[in-house]
Design a protein around this ligand. Structure first.
Ligand code: BJW
Ligand code: ZN
Length: 291
């Protein structure tokens, strides 16, 4: 694929209406097939592809998204809980939220969107995956796709996502900074029962990136390099409200590439995208990705 931007913004509506309509809208649109083809052609011919995912890619696995009607936890917005200030003020409350999410996400399995992305990244060394998600489902999908031993270790490690916002299943010590894998349930009975560091006894925190905290510079740099090099940036299931993640597709565009979006709703990136496909990732990606 050349690095010229296509001029038009094609939008495709795939989401089903709330009540009676079970067949997705895109199937009824006269030009929907053409638009899927346009996206497929772009993705299929890109020499370097970046896939950027957000919470929407895990929605069909049962993982709640952050924003929108189902994004609230006890009427609190993520902006109130995902901050160092919230943790300092009330670590029990913040750990309760993360404990709840660990439990919920721990019971979820990768869906067809994760599986399609995993196959593509394992098969194609020119595809990079950058995720904002902390749920580990892309990693599980990779394990599942490679469970028959047919991929060499090098393919597996290359296919690992660049995780912008950390992991729900890792802790970081607020004292010595030690990082540990941790899938345990969290005891939030009292401040004394919260997870503590085995080395220095200081309070542990989830090893995630909160608002106002910088991303790991090396991780951010890899994501920026992948965005700048990409001929196509496929953006899946993110509200594109949180930066710097939401700026990555703009970097692709500024570098002469194009943006393709898959989302159930319009986002600030919809007008940036050369093709915006409106529909659930688990239905769209298996039909879209060239494996
Ligand atoms: C489906 C679907 C289906 C549903 N199929 N789709 C530039 C401009 C303005 C502000 C800033 C800026 N640069 C930095 C900032 C400040 C701030 C920021 O972005 N604020 C904005 C909110 C205004 N950013 C930061 O603070 C970042 N740090 C930073 O930049 O450091 C330097 C700095 C600091 C301060 C000032 C300036 C510079 C850090 C951001 C950390 C974000 N952390 C969180 C929590 C992680 C840990 C945890 O999980 O608890 O990350 S917040 C939360 O939002 C989480 C997510 O990764 C992130 C993005 O959410 P996402 O994935 O997009 O989810 P949703 O729910 O918003 O959207 C889901 C989408 O899916 C929707 O569109 C649905 O329609 C769709 N969907 N089902 C397809 N089946
Ligand atoms: Zn410590």
């Amino acid at each position: 694929m050349g690095r010229s931007s296509l001029g038009c913004v094609a939008q495709l509506t795939v989401e089903s209406r709330p009540d009676e309509v079970r067949q997705p809208d895109w199937a009824q649109e006269p030009d929907s097939a053409q638009r899927m083809d346009q996206a497929r052609r772009l993705l299929g011919s890109a020499h370097r592809l970046l896939i950027l995912t957000g919470a929407g890619v895990s929605a069909e696995s049962g993982v709640p998204t952050f924003r929108g009607p189902n994004g609230l936890w006890r009427t609190r917005r993520p902006e109130e809980l995902a901050t160092p200030q919230a943790f300092q003020a009330d670590p029990r409350l913040v750990w309760e939220w993360y404990g709840f999410r660990r439990e919920r996400v721990g019971a979820c399995r990768p869906n067809k969107a994760h599986a399609a992305i995993a196959r593509l990244t394992l098969e194609n060394e020119n595809v990079r995956l950058v995720t904002q998600n902390v749920d580990g489902l892309h990693e599980l999908a990779l394990e599942e796709a490679a469970s028959d031993g047919s991929y060499p270790a090098a393919s597996l490690s290359r296919a690992e996502p660049i995780r912008l916002h950390g992991s729900l299943f890792r802790t970081r010590c607020t004292g010595c900074g030690d990082r540990t894998l941790d899938r345990h349930p969290v005891d939030v009975d009292s401040e004394a029962s919260l997870p503590r560091c085995k080395k220095c006894a200081a309070l542990l925190r989830p090893d995630v990136v909160w608002f106002g905290e910088g991303l790991d510079p090396q991780i951010l740099q890899s994501a920026i390099a992948a965005a700048e090099a990409a001929e196509v940036c496929l953006v899946v299931g993110t509200s594109a409200l949180v930066h710097p993640a939401a700026s990555l597709p703009l970097l692709t565009k500024e570098s002469g590439g194009v943006v393709v979006e898959v989302n159930t709703e319009a986002t600030p990136l919809t007008d940036v995208a050369v093709v915006s496909i409106r529909g659930p990732a688990g239905k769209i990606l298996p039909r879209l990705l060239p494996v």
